[in-house]
Ligand binder design. Structure first.
Ligand code: AFP
Length: 357
């Protein structure tokens, strides 16, 4: 059996790649990876796991909450609350921040996480995942409130996701590249299989939920139409499309072979500037994508620069191969300058948003 570096050994020994994390962060990341192993086991048992009598409910997002959403959330809380590295946690599944109980030691880190992203895929046995983001608590804070989590994504010290698919993986960045670990179930360890993951700058593959086309802003509609026109259109090449409805799976595909993922601002729910949440979906994925050589934008600004205003704030997300993100940003800039965007494709008919035709 070839010698492979385990996740724990990577954090300690291979400091060149792991940006020399302090012992507190190493201990926290080991708690997170252990939680991901427990979630992987629960997910892999499917209906054998049973909901434990939990009914489907609605979470703070107003979205259906599967029993495994609740189970995964509990697994993260229980595995990370007692280690002494955290002073608070925020989760997609909890209205308010989770404080560390008084009988547990507190540390200097904050954890924001989506315990089971893509859970609407659980019943059809499609890939789901866990997304996490680690921040430092402000100096002297050991009982954080929501405001203490409202830090731009550039403040993240680590970000990662676990992917529960045909095999389970953990992908991590500490600000010195992106590294993938595959769960060796015989050993029970995440082992380094994808060091220094890198996103190709160019791509001919895009991911967006096309059923929302009528709600998109003009720059997104122009971009998608040009891709659909393929060789016959201004791009001069044919494109492929994917939509898994599981952000973790889309981002992983992009890390492996390039691509563009879009969940842009749309007019479907004007009060919501997008579907994805900034703190525990967009920011960790944006850090990972940028560390792998890609780009992540709202269409109008770098995601990691956004100053959060709420722990469950939503944000438009356009991320992946750098050249494609930069093109979409240019289209948004042109649109915001009032330049006409003309659509000429049989799929969307020939019309312009600014001409009477
Ligand atoms: P769920 O966790 O509710 O399944 O949502 C998954 C997600 O947040 C993200 O992972 C997907 O990219 C996106 O929503 C899918 O949204 P649509 O269902 O609108 O396509």
């Amino acid at each position: 059996m070839p010698h492979r570096t385990t996740f724990s050994k990577f954090l300690i020994a291979d400091r060149r790649r792991s940006a020399a994390p302090d012992n507190e962060l190493v201990a926290l990341l080991n708690d997170v990876q252990r939680a991901c192993k427990f979630i992987a086991a629960a997910v892999s048992r499917g209906k054998l796991e049973g909901p434990g009598g939990l009914p489907n409910r609605v979470n703070v997002q107003g979205e259906e909450q599967k029993p495994l959403d609740v189970i995964a959330n509990e697994i993260v809380l229980r595995n990370c609350e007692a280690g002494g590295q955290l002073c608070g946690m925020v989760s997609e599944e909890m209205d308010e921040p989770f404080g560390i109980a008084p009988d547990y030691p507190r540390g200097s880190y904050l954890l924001a996480f989506d315990p089971l992203d893509g859970s609407s895929n659980i019943d059809i046995d499609m890939t789901v995942g866990t997304i996490f983001s680690i921040l430092r608590a402000p100096q002297g804070v050991d009982e954080p409130t929501a405001e203490h989590f409202l830090q731009p994504g550039t403040q993240q010290v680590a970000a990662g996701y676990a992917l529960y698919g045909p095999c389970s993986m953990l992908v991590l960045t500490l600000g010195a590249g992106v590294h993938g670990f595959t769960l060796d179930r015989e050993v029970g360890a995440f082992t380094l299989t994808h060091p220094d993951m890198c996103i190709p700058e160019a791509t001919c593959e895009f991911a967006i939920n096309a059923s929302n086309e009528r709600f998109w802003e003009p720059p997104v509609r122009q971009y998608v139409q040009e891709c659909i026109q393929g060789k016959a259109g201004p791009r001069g090449v044919d494109f492929n499309t994917r939509w898994i409805a599981s952000m973790v799976a889309e981002v992983h595909r992009i890390l492996i072979r390039g691509g563009l993922f879009m969940y842009p601002r749309d007019t479907k729910a004007p009060a919501k500037p997008g579907r994805l949440r900034l703190l525990y979906e967009a920011n960790p994925m944006a850090m990972i994508v940028e560390q792998a050589g890609g780009a992540a934008s709202t269409g109008r600004e770098r995601i990691l620069d956004v100053q959060p205003t709420g722990i469950h704030q939503r944000i438009p997300v356009i991320l992946g191969s750098r050249h494609e993100v930069e093109r979409l940003v240019r289209y948004h800039e042109a649109h915001d300058r009032g330049e006409a965007l003309v659509f000429t494709t049989p799929l969307f008919n020939t019309r312009s948003l600014f001409l009477t035709a």
